[in-house]
Ligand binder design. Sequence first.
Ligand SMILES: Nc1nc2c(ncn2[C@@H]2O[C@H](COP(=O)(O)OP(=O)(O)OP(=O)(O)O)[C@@H](O)[C@H]2O)c(=O)[nH]1
Ligand SMILES: [Mg+2]
Length: 186
Amino acid sequence: MAEHVILIAGPMGAGKTTAIQSLSEIPVVSTEAANTDRATANKATTTVALDYGEITLDGVEKVRLYGVPGQRRFDYMWRILEERALGLILLINNDGQDPVGDMLELIKDFSALQERGGVVIGVTRSDVQEYPHTSQYVDSIREVYPHITAPVFSVDARNRDHMLITLTALLFNIQAQSEAPMEDVA
Ligand SMILES: Nc1nc2c(ncn2[C@@H]2O[C@H](COP(=O)(O)OP(=O)(O)OP(=O)(O)O)[C@@H](O)[C@H]2O)c(=O)[nH]1
Ligand SMILES: [Mg+2]
């Protein structure tokens, strides 16, 4: 059976832990601790090390899902988990202070993973905060990272179907990127 390791990253409260709970077929391993930063995300707990879940697609592809902490003080975990990963789901909460800026910064933070595999963007909490629209995320990626193909979806991390579409799009994107002809460097 083919196996993939996929990372889920994004700002605090974007829905990384929730997304893995939505997708996973096994009980999720989580490392939640009391959230002392209620100003950034008003919820009781936050991830301090990782989340882990698994899903099998079409009975043939096993996907290991790792969620990383949103808080940058734990970003050493980003680097550890990134090494094993083939692709990245970037969840961005639309009700953050500067969600498009957060996305651009995180694409840069995970540029090695993007180059090795691929990235897909899931914009969450659009029901809480309507703007910016997904088109603004798409336009910003085109402007700042014109060489990157990164599909952008509006999703609810609590919705399994939304997260399945996002994951499937990422796997297609990774496959397309691996089959793309190498750039002519001669
Ligand atoms: N209204 C709404 N709530 C959402 C949506 N997506 C996720 N949530 C909620 O937003 C919260 C996200 O919390 P977590 O899943 O803990 O976020 P996280 O990204 O793991 O955060 P950290 O681990 O702290 O970095 C949860 O309460 C979810 O139920 C959405 O699209 N709309
Ligand atoms: Mg979390």
